[in-house]
Design a protein around this ligand. Structure first.
Ligand code: ZN
Length: 187
């Protein structure tokens, strides 16, 4: 259920992929779907104590990526400035699930250009504020719902999608000489 991607990176599939990065700081990328909470409790808890997570980075704020935010009581939460602005304007359009939007009450911080050894790449398309993360040291690209694998991209027909930006975003990602793609979903 939990897969080790490299020496200090693990992946858990909770209907969207959660990545745990055991760097100088302990980082999570996305938090999965709320209905899959038991998978976090059973498997993710084997590799990290939830209270030790210091940084949670959301690739975007769809319900299936933010669902278990409240398990990480000591974390600081990040999303792109654009995603946060869209969220403030219309929670439901950004989260796509009213019940999750209603309980999602964390303080969101705007992502800087670089965070804890990861470069933030703005990749509007799937949502206007979607980002990818680049880990140069091991040439790993975390792609959220921008790319699922080399041929398939995320949907671009959702309320805050920016379909015309998607091609540009993909072109931007192609400039990275990546060895491993860590997508938001395995399909
Ligand atoms: Zn999504």
């Amino acid at each position: 259920m939990i897969t080790q991607i490299s020496k200090n990176i693990w992946k858990l599939d909770a209907d969207s992929n959660i990545y745990f990065l055991d760097f100088d700081k302990k980082i999570l990328i996305d938090t999965g779907r709320r209905s899959k909470r038991n998978l976090l409790e059973t498997y993710l808890s084997k590799v990290v104590n939830f209270d030790d997570i210091e940084i949670v980075i959301f690739t975007h704020l769809h319900y299936d990526h933010i669902g278990n935010f409240d398990l990480f009581k000591n974390a600081k939460f990040y999303a792109s400035k654009k995603e946060i602005a869209d969220f403030k304007e219309s929670k439901n359009n950004v989260v796509l699930d009213e019940s999750i939007a209603a309980i999602f009450n964390v303080e969101l911080n705007a992502l800087p250009e670089e965070i804890a050894g990861l470069k933030v790449i703005e990749t509007p398309g799937h949502t206007g504020g979607s980002i990818c993360l680049w880990y140069e040291k091991e040439k790993i690209l975390f792609t959220g719902d921008t790319i699922f694998n080399k041929r398939i991209t995320g949907r671009i027909d959702l309320p805050t999608s920016e379909p015309r930006e998607m091609t540009k975003s993909i072109m931007k990602l192609l400039e990275y000489n990546c060895k491993i793609i860590c997508p938001g979903h395995d399909y």
